[in-house]
Each structure stands twice: as structure tokens, then as C-alpha cells.
Write a protein of this length. Structure first.
Lengths: 291, 365, 489
């Protein structure tokens, strides 16, 4: 039994050489787990609780937002690409809406959305979370819309679209089954990974800005704990500043890994997520020949 | 004269958006509410012969508030948070620039900030456009020549250790360890949000010059690495196309083989040409795709600049002004900044589309 | 030359041939179904495939090593390959002139001479104009691009003849796929002429069996220069065998003799008026090749009507107009209903597609979703397809296959001939009154072609109406009565 497990593990690791996608997913998960275990051991319990709830909030909100955004993308793509139902007016309205949203840098949209949140959802945690999911998904819907409609347009030029159409197969079924599910799932997965990582990055950055910039004077709404506002706290600032000590004294690393954990952990999880999703997406593109 | 039919569409979008924006701008309340409360309180204090600027008087009023109110027949909806409203008003007065829309200085500050922003944005865009192409070329040429060390490949070198004699193992170990460390540090820096870098080096807003802001924009937030990667992927996709096979049949030099003509000078040149090498057409085609896709990066560059300004507190910046205004409840300035940024983005879209169109038209019949 | 080649495309897709033979200094014709790996094998041998894309072994040697062998290195200086899709193998950012003037062509003489003979139908000024264009996906046409590729190969042959006595390898993959019969014949003549001077080794991969008849007619005195073989699938592996050209010619002669020459004159099911304007041209139907009087295209119940035209005239366009896929001014009577460009697309969707009309598209590879299984191709039809009915159809066209195993196959792993048969089943199983057949035998080998012809004749006997579009005139003349042939100009 033991030997079999060992052999299987060996096979799994050996596969990394060919399959960089698998390699990077494993690196990401193991490193994330290692950081959490380390924090559990060396971080005091209240700080650990705060950090873990921040990670949880950031990831769950982003995941939900990615999901909603994906559905919105499909909805908009259908509104513009499925010929039989919709006319050119709807097409223009959808394009105009998405183009306008896309022409305002995402960070400004999210900042404005936060301002709205502070004014209207003061101290209502569930409403705040729902609002954040909603605004993040609207902001990123265009990414999915463009990917999905590009795929549909590409395959509409392909002969099999017409060949199925003239046999009386419904356009909706061709788009969903043949174009999106069987021919685009890897493209969509790649897009989901990319949107997820930009969402985490943007979300944390805006949260950081709000926590640093808007908290001093006006009474600030109690916001859900996220990686961004943990990084913005004064303690974390000190923690990250400690990194520059490393240049003068490399042995300072032991100090950093035990006493300056909070900020370092939040920053490393953020950076790890960004690097890994970049690598995972790249290896997916190579593996599935998505270029 | 170059035909540019898309411009009509852009103008329609601009017009429609401006109309909608104008509507929204009208709806947004100005920050008069806080001021109104303050006016009420100060009027009452005057009536009561109290000095609103005196701490004692305010405490006195707070303590026997009901008494005062009943004496003056003022209804119960009189503001309760006297202290907060007072201090907010002080802040507002101190920061009149951000709170008063009629302030003359505000217009010039916004315009000056906008110019500065456009300048940095343009410079950074040009740099990123040039650098990502140059770096991606190095990457595709060296990766295939095995000079390039990718993180994954370094990990595999560790596995190959066992085959070497013990004496050389230590040397190799150290070499690979440093390579690995260097690579990881580079990756971490390139993907770090700018505030993490800013914190580690204790950068203060006042210390950050335009050059520094551009430099930070280049190395952080994953900007340069993603745009380089994008050009690299275009190069890779093009190098697999049929015309490259044809070029090899014509006995042109294969880009992946050694070619003494493919020197550093050619790779770093602004106008890149690689005569008699398959790379030439690959580069031209990848460049066409990259240029038309650069719109996505221009949005990322703006996002990156906003993050730099707001997290490192660069004073007098365009977006910093906006954040301050939000702080004092002046949401109209937020709307104005959003609108102006929208205009910049659309303008950059038009410029990029125009450049891309001109590049493509070279190859029209 | 005799080699074994193994190309691993993916874990469950391997192309393997134990002995791939090529007669040295001869003109080798290789026939066979499309999509079984002829192109990849020949490109691998010439060293054209990129090193890292697939795992390749030639004669047991790894591809990277194979490319370093001195003999192979020499081949790679003295070879050329005419790709079957000329469009994707030309750069869109160089004019055609630039593309025939770089690399080894920079100092090649007689370019104009070759160009003139290949573009026999163009004036000098027109050729000049053509050479100064950047090739885009639709213009110049596929046929023009194909001629440019053939031109390049002739230039390279000439280069080698001038510079060295050693013979080179020149492979042509479907070099006439986009050409009409007349141009094809001129090209073949030019090919044989440039071959005769220095006798390099030629390999011509083709599905166009009628080339055989032409060569027998034109070059009877050179017959020992030609070698005909066929590559076929034998289980998982590929095999090569001699193709008996005389047997083919005999079959053809007999089939024409047995052709039904009488027409039943049954009821008219479709009429399409002449004068369809598309892309600034007016298209008309004629009863014979040289007549000047246009007529309407008529389709009768239980008959097959054949529409012939030179390549690039717009045969496929006509098919797509009838199906409502291209919007232009036209006038058609279909089963008592008058249909024009004003007929809404919803009418096609609700009453015609899959109900009265169906169509087989010309490109077998592109008209099926490669990522799905054969079974799923029959899933979302307007009416449910019973399994027994499906089995009936499959047994007619796939007599030697295991039905349920075939249903579970991924479409992407099928050969071109298999795909085209499935395309046919898909269009016919709905039992619509009319089916348009656009090149229904592309990608098939001779045995597949024979099966399809018998199958179509059975369907006609059951009362089905076909509109046929194909450039394989030799072959379809065996089943269509001359009275049902129309010409499109």
C-alpha cells in the first residue's frame, strides 16, 4: 500500500516536467497551505483569526464575483451574438454600456463603488458584501463578454456552424454545446484564472487605498476584513518595512518570519496568487495550445 | 488621407457618455449638508451668546442641550453630533480646495494634475510598448537557445544533481541556488503591488518624482511582465504559422538558429528589422497584433498610476486630489475626475487605433 | 527512398507507417483518404515540421537527431514543398513579388517567363498587378495563390539545375486543389517539363483521380517516369500499396457506359432563376458550356442535377444563397412557395432547414465539430433520430465498421473520407425533400467514392432530389444523365 502511494506520488511529480500547469497549481496550493500552517504556529491567535477571515473574505468575494461576472458575460454575448432574437438596437445598447464601463479604468469604478457603499451601506455587512460582488462582477463582465463573443464570432465563420444550422439545429444549442462547451472551455478557464487574479489585485488595492486614505478623518464604515485593509494597517506597514533590513543584514530573516508575520503573510499571499495565476495561465496556454 | 471609420463610433460613445455623465453630475449632492448643519449650530450659538470656537461653550451646550433647545423652541431634529460637525467644518475650511467647487484654485489644480497625469501616462506607455517588445524578443530567442533560465527549468537541474561527482556538486549547488533566488526575487518584485514595494523601502509621497513614478510603474503591479508576455505569445503564435515554413523552404535563416546578423544592436533598436531571417515577418505580424491590443495595457497603465498615486500619497496628483475630495464629501470632484479619465482613455484608444490602422494600411492593397 | 515514420500527435493519436516508399528521380503520385497523415509524413521526411511540436521518429531516429543527419541537411537545402492551403502559407505583410524574390529566389532568372506560362489567362499588366498585391484571405483567389506556390517550386528546381548536379526533392501536396481542369492541365504540363531537364524526385499527393486520365492521354511515351501508389489505413497503422491506374480507367469507362441516360421528367421541386447578382457579378445558368442563352436551374423529384463551373465562379455561393446563408437578390420557387431575398431568415429556420432542405458542405474537416463524438452529431436535430435508423444509414456507408464503437469515436480522430460520409448521413437522415451536395467526395479514396456513388443512386431511386456541385467531373459524369447538367457562368 505504502509503496503504491509512493510510486503514485513519484509519477505525479515526474509529470511536472511535461505538465507545467499541474506543477504551478501544486506549487500554489502547497505554498498557500505552508504559509497558513506557519501563521498558525507563530502568529498570535487574534491576529491569525483576523488574517484568516481576511483571506476567506477576499477569496470568497472574488470567486463569487468571477462567477456572476462570467454569467453576465454569457448573457451579454448572447444578447449581441444570437441573431434570431435580438435586433441591432439591443446590440448597440449592450456594446455602449460595456464599452463605457470598459473605458473607465477599473480602479476608479471600484473606488466609486466603495464610496457608494460607505454612504449607503453603513454597517450592513451582508449588503456590503453583496454590493462588492455586484460591482466587481459588473466591472469585469466586459472581459468575459469580449472573450465569449470573440469565440462565438470565430466559430460562426467556421463551416460547422452553418452546416449545423441548415440541418435545423437551434442556434442556441450550437453556441452553448459546440462553441462554448466543447471548443472553448480551456479559453474560458484561462480567462477565469486571469480575471480572478486581476480581481484579487484590484480588490486588495482599492481596499488598501480606502483604509489608508479614507479612514483618518471621516467616520469610516466598518468594512469586511480583506487582504487590502490588513496590509494597510500600521502593524503591517512596520512588518513590510522590516524587509528592507534584509539588505543590510540577511540574518534578519529569522526575525521577519517570526515577529513580522502579519503584514508579510498578507503580502506574500497576494503576490503568490498573482505570480501563480500568471504562471498557471501561461502553462495552460502552452498545454492546450490556446494561442 | 487615411480612412478611419471607427472614429464615428467613438464620437457617438463620447457624446452619449457625456450626456449621461452630465445627468449624473446634476444628481450628485454637493457637500452642503455638513455645512448646513454647521450653519444651524453656529446661528443657534450666536443667539445663545455662546462662542462656537470655545471648547467650554460646546461642552456646556452638549450637557444641557435639552434645556437650551426648549428655551429657543427648536424642534428635536436639531443635529446631535455637535462635536463631529464642528471638527468636520474645521477640516473643510482648512481644505477649502477640495471642498468648494467654486474655488478658482481648484480648476487650475485639476488641470495641472491632469496634464501631469497625461504626461506620465504617455511616457510610461511608450516605454512599456518599446520594452515589452524588446524583452520578449530576448526571451523567445534565448529560451529556445536554452540560455534562458526559466524557474521551472532551474528546479529540474536540482534533480539532475545526482549524476555529478561530489566535488562539483557544491559549486553547482551554489550556482543554482543563486540563480533560483535571483529569479524568485525578480518575479516577486515584478508582481508586487506598488505599495508593498513602497513600504519595503519606506518611500514617502514627497520623495517621488515623475521619473520615480514612471520607474515604479514599470517594475511593479505586474505591468511590464504581462505586456512582455503578451508580445512573447504573439511571437510564439506567429512563429508557428505556415508562412514561416515557407520562409524556411526559401532558405531564409531560421530565427532559432545562430545568425551573426541578429545582434544586440538590432534587437534593441527602436525600428527593428531582421533582414534575411524568418524573424522579420514574425516580428512584423506580432507587432501588428500587439499594437491593436495595446488598448488593454493602456487601461492597466492608468490603473497602475492611480494605485501609485493613492497608495504612496503623491501630493498634488490628479487622483490624490480626488481622494481628498471624497474625504470631504465632495463627490462631484470624484465624478469630474472619472469623466476626465474616461476622456483620456478614449483619446488613447483613438490614438492607438489610429497607429494600428496606419501600420495595417501599409499592407493593404 | 524507404523510411519508417512515427508521429505522435497526442497520447491516443499516432500516425505510423512502417515503410514509406518513394521512387527516386520519378514522379510519384500518392492517393488516399485525406486526414490520415500523408501531409505530416511527407513534411517530416523533408524536415519541415518544427522540432518541438510533435514527437517524431524516422527510421527509429529521434526527429532532432534526424534533422542533423548530413543527408537530411543536404535535402533541406534542395527541397521545396507546395502546401495544400496556399493562403495560410503566404505572409500577408509582403507582396507576392517580395515573397518570390527573397532568400534563395533573390537572383533567380526567368521569373517572368514562368509566371506567364502559369498565368496563361492573364495579360502582362495583370500579372504585374497580381505580383504587387499583399495576399489576403479572399484576394488573390485560392487558385492564384496555389499557382504562386507552384511557381516557387519551379523556380527552386531551376536554381538547383543551375547550381548543382545533385537532385532535389520536390513535394506537392494537393497542388491542384483550387484549380479548374484547364489550369490544372497546364500546371501538370509545366511540372513534367521542369522535371524532364534534371529529373529530381517528385512527390504529388492528390485526390484528383482524373489526373490519371490526363497523363495517360498526354504523356503516354513517358509512362515509365510515373509511379502511382496509395496510402491506406490498416487497423492503427498506415500502409502503402501500388495503385492500379488501369483498373481505375477501366472502372470509369464501364460506369459511364452503364449511366442512366433517360430522365424521368417527374414533378419540379425547385426552380432557381438566372441573373443572381453577387460581388458585383451576375451569375447565369446555361444548358451547355458554350451556349449564350441562359435558363433557370430546375430540380425534379427523384433526380440529381449537376451544376458545373470553372473554379472561383461561385458554385458554393449559389448553394449558400439557396440555403439562405448569403443575402443577395435572387428568385426561387421551392415546393410551390416563392422565395426571394425578402423572405425572412426565420422562415428558413422554421420551415426549410432540416425540414425541406439540407446541405453537405464541401470542407469535410470544417463542417463537423472536431471536439465532439460521432454520437453527439445526431443529438440536437429538429426530430429525434432513432438508433435503428441511424444504424441503417451507417451500415450502408461504413459496412466494415463496428457501429457502436464508431459512435463513440471523437470526430477529430476520423479521416477526411470518414468525416465526409458522416456529413452525408447527417444531411440525408433527416429525409428532407432536397439535399445540396457541395463536393461530397472530397477527402475520400477510390473505394469510399464508389460506396458514396452507390448510396446516392439508392437515395435517388427512393425519390430524393439532389443538387450536386463538384469539380470531380470524370467521376460524377458516371451517375448524372447529361440532360441534368447545368453550367454556371
Amino acid at each position: 500500500m505504502k509503496i503504491e502511494l509512493k510510486a503514485r506520488l513519484f509519477e505525479y511529480f515526474k509529470n511536472f516536467k511535461k505538465d507545467k500547469f499541474q506543477l504551478w497549481v501544486t506549487i500554489y496550493l502547497i505554498t498557500l497551505f505552508a504559509i497558513l500552517v506557519w501563521d498558525l504556529l507563530f502568529l498570535n491567535s487574534s491576529a491569525f483569526k483576523m488574517l484568516s477571515s481576511a483571506i476567506f473574505n477576499t477569496f470568497v468575494i472574488s470567486l463569487f464575483a468571477v462567477l456572476v461576472s462570467f454569467l453576465l458575460g454569457i448573457f451579454f454575448a448572447f444578447a449581441t451574438e444570437a441573431n434570431f432574437r435580438f435586433n441591432s438596437v439591443i446590440r448597440f445598447v449592450v456594446k455602449f454600456l460595456l464599452d463605457s464601463i470598459n473605458s473607465i479604468p477599473q480602479i476608479l469604478l471600484l473606488l466609486s463603488s466603495y464610496v457608494f457603499l460607505i454612504i449607503f451601506f453603513y454597517n450592513k455587512e451582508l449588503a456590503q458584501i453583496l454590493w462588492l460582488v455586484f460591482s466587481l462582477s459588473i466591472i469585469f463582465a466586459n472581459d468575459f463578454f469580449i472573450e465569449i463573443s470573440n469565440r462565438i464570432q470565430y466559430f460562426k465563420k467556421n463551416e460547422f456552424y452553418n452546416a449545423s444550422l441548415v440541418l435545423g439545429i437551434s442556434e442556441r444549442k450550437i453556441i452553448i454545446k459546440d462553441i462554448l462547451i466543447s471548443n472553448s472551455k480551456n479559453h474560458l478557464l484561462n480567462r477565469i484564472i486571469l480575471v480572478f487574479s486581476s480581481m484579487i489585485f484590484l480588490f486588495s488595492s482599492v481596499d488598501f487605498i480606502i483604509s489608508v486614505g479614507l479612514s483618518t478623518n471621516l467616520s469610516l464604515a466598518e468594512l469586511p476584513k480583506t487582504l487590502g485593509n490588513i496590509l494597510a494597517s500600521l502593524d503591517s506597514k512596520q512588518d513590510i518595512l522590516a524587509i528592507s533590513m534584509l539588505i543590510k543584514n540577511p540574518l534578519y530573516i529569522s526575525e521577519i518570519l517570526t515577529t513580522h508575520l502579519e503584514g508579510i503573510s498578507a503580502a506574500s499571499i497576494l503576490i503568490l496568487t498573482l505570480i501563480s495565476s500568471y504562471k498557471i495561465s501561461n502553462s495552460l496556454i502552452q498545454k492546450m495550445k490556446l494561442y | 488621407m487615411i480612412r478611419f471609420p471607427e472614429i464615428k463610433y467613438h464620437f457617438i460613445i463620447l457624446l452619449l457618455f457625456s450626456l449621461i455623465f452630465f445627468g449624473i453630475f446634476q444628481i450628485i449632492p454637493s457637500n452642503k449638508t455638513i455645512n448646513q448643519d454647521y450653519q444651524k449650530i453656529s446661528a443657534l450659538f450666536k443667539k445663545l451668546n455662546l462662542d462656537i470656537n470655545s471648547n467650554e461653550d460646546r461642552i456646556l451646550f452638549q450637557e444641557s442641550r435639552n434645556d437650551f433647545l426648549s428655551r429657543t423652541n427648536i424642534s428635536d431634529d436639531f443635529p446631535t453630533e455637535i462635536e463631529t460637525i464642528y471638527s468636520q467644518n474645521l477640516e473643510i475650511q482648512k481644505n477649502e480646495l477640495y471642498s468648494n467647487l467654486e474655488n478658482d484654485e481648484l480648476v487650475s489644480t485639476i488641470l495641472w494634475g491632469l496634464m501631469r497625469f497625461i504626461f506620465i501616462f504617455t511616457l510610461l506607455s511608450i516605454l512599456i510598448f518599446y520594452l515589452s517588445k524588446t524583452l520578449a524578443l530576448q526571451k523567445i530567442l534565448f529560451l529556445t537557445k536554452k540560455h534562458y533560465f526559466s524557474l521551472e527549468n532551474i528546479i529540474w537541474q536540482i534533480e539532475e544533481f545526482r549524476q555529478f561527482p561530489t566535488s562539483s556538486k557544491v559549486k553547482r549547488n551554489a550556482k543554482i541556488f543563486f540563480k533560483l533566488l535571483l529569479k524568485i526575487i525578480t518575479l516577486v518584485v515584478l508582481f508586487s503591488p506598488v505599495y508593498v514595494i513602497g513600504y519595503s523601502f519606506n518611500l514617502k509621497g514627497e520623495q517621488i518624482s515623475i521619473v520615480m513614478a514612471i520607474f515604479l510603474g514599470l517594475i511593479s503591479n505586474g505591468l511590464l511582465i504581462t505586456s512582455t508576455n503578451s508580445f512573447y505569445q504573439f511571437l510564439q503564435a506567429e512563429s508557428k504559422k505556415g508562412y514561416v515554413k515557407t520562409a524556411k523552404l526559401k532558405n531564409l535563416k531560421n530565427m532559432f538558429e545562430n545568425d551573426e546578423n541578429l545582434n544586440w544592436k538590432k534587437l534593441f533598436a527602436i525600428k527593428k528589422v531582421f533582414p534575411n531571417n524568418t524573424l522579420n515577418q514574425i516580428y512584423i505580424n506580432a507587432d501588428l497584433h500587439f499594437t491593436s491590443n495595446f488598448k488593454n495595457f493602456s487601461r492597466l497603465i492608468i490603473t497602475s498610476l492611480v494605485i501609485i498615486e493613492l497608495t504612496l500619497n503623491i501630493q498634488n496628483g490628479f487622483f490624490y486630489l480626488m481622494l481628498k475630495a471624497v474625504l470631504f464629501g465632495n463627490y462631484k470632484i470624484l465624478a469630474i475626475v472619472v469623466y476626465l479619465t474616461f476622456l483620456v482613455v478614449k483619446l488613447s484608444d483613438i490614438v492607438i487605433e489610429f497607429i494600428s490602422l496606419r501600420k495595417n494600411q501599409k499592407y493593404e492593397n | 527512398m524507404e523510411l519508417s515514420v512515427k508521429i505522435t500527435l497526442s497520447e491516443n493519436q499516432i500516425i505510423e507507417i512502417d515503410s514509406f516508399k518513394l521512387a527516386n528521380r520519378k514522379i510519384n503520385f500518392i492517393f488516399g483518404e485525406s486526414g490520415i497523415g500523408k501531409t505530416l509524413i511527407s513534411q517530416a521526411i523533408l524536415g519541415i515540421l518544427p522540432k518541438d511540436e510533435f514527437k517524431i521518429e524516422i527510421d527509429g531516429v529521434e526527429y532532432a537527431q534526424y534533422l542533423e543527419l548530413p543527408g537530411v541537411k543536404e535535402i533541406m537545402q534542395k527541397h521545396f514543398f507546395v502546401f495544400q492551403e496556399p493562403s495560410s502559407h503566404l505572409s500577408q505583410t509582403q507582396t507576392l513579388r517580395e515573397q518570390i524574390s527573397e532568400g534563395c529566389f533573390s537572383e533567380t532568372p526567368r521569373k517572368e517567363e514562368f509566371a506567364k506560362s502559369l498565368f496563361y489567362d492573364k495579360s502582362v499588366a495583370e500579372i504585374e498587378k497580381l505580383l504587387n498585391t499583399y495576399p489576403k484571405s479572399y484576394r488573390p483567389s485560392g487558385g492564384e495563390k496555389q499557382r504562386i506556390f507552384n511557381l516557387m517550386s519551379f523556380l527552386k528546381i531551376q536554381n538547383l539545375t543551375i547550381s548543382t548536379a545533385w537532385n532535389g526533392y520536390f513535394f506537392f501536396d494537393e497542388p491542384t486543389g483550387f484549380l479548374d481542369v484547364k489550369t490544372r492541365n497546364i500546371l501538370i504540363k509545366q511540372m513534367v517539363e521542369s522535371y524532364i531537364i534534371d529529373k529530381p524526385t517528385f512527390l504529388i499527393i492528390t485526390h484528383d483521380y482524373s489526373i490519371i486520365s490526363f497523363i495517360k492521354e498526354q504523356f503516354s511515351e513517358y509512362s515509365e517516369l510515373f509511379s502511382y501508389t496509395e496510402i491506406y489505413k490498416d487497423g492503427e497503422n498506415l500502409k502503402q500499396r501500388t495503385f492500379d491506374e488501369f483498373e481505375y480507367l477501366f472502372w470509369l469507362e464501364n460506369a459511364v457506359k452503364n449511366r442512366p441516360n433517360k430522365v424521368k421528367q417527374s414533378e419540379v421541386v425547385m426552380e432557381l432563376q438566372s441573373g443572381i447578382s453577387i460581388f458585383g457579378k451576375k451569375l447565369n445558368f446555361y444548358r451547355n458550356e458554350y451556349s449564350s442563352e441562359s435558363t433557370k436551374l430546375t430540380l425534379r423529384k427523384g433526380e440529381i442535377t449537376y451544376l458545373k463551373a470553372a473554379s472561383g465562379v461561385g458554385k458554393t455561393t449559389i448553394a449558400k444563397i439557396i440555403m439562405g446563408l448569403i443575402h443577395t437578390k435572387f428568385n426561387m420557387n421551392l415546393d410551390g412557395k416563392h422565395i426571394t431575398e425578402k423572405t425572412p431568415i426565420l422562415y428558413f429556420k422554421n420551415h426549410l432547414w432540416g425540414k425541406k432542405l439540407s446541405m453537405v458542405f464541401q470542407n469535410a474537416d470544417e463542417s463537423l465539430n472536431p471536439k465532439t463524438t460521432v454520437k453527439n452529431l445526431f443529438n440536437d436535430f429538429p426530430r429525434k433520430i432513432e438508433k435503428t435508423l441511424l444504424q441503417n444509414y451507417f451500415e450502408r456507408l461504413f459496412p466494415k465498421y463496428d457501429f457502436s464503437e464508431l459512435l463513440d469515436r471523437k470526430v477529430g480522430t476520423l479521416s477526411g473520407g470518414e468525416k465526409q460520409k458522416i456529413n452525408l448521413i447527417r444531411a440525408l437522415i433527416l429525409e428532407t425533400e432536397i439535399t445540396i451536395l457541395d463536393e461530397p467526395i472530397t477527402g475520400s479514396d477510390l473505394s469510399g467514392i464508389k460506396q458514396i456513388l452507390i448510396f446516392l443512386q439508392e437515395q435517388i431511386a427512393f425519390g430524393k432530389s439532389f443538387l450536386l456541385i463538384s469539380h470531380n467531373e470524370d467521376i460524377f459524369d458516371t451517375i448524372v444523365p447529361p440532360e441534368n447538367v447545368y453550367y454556371l457562368r
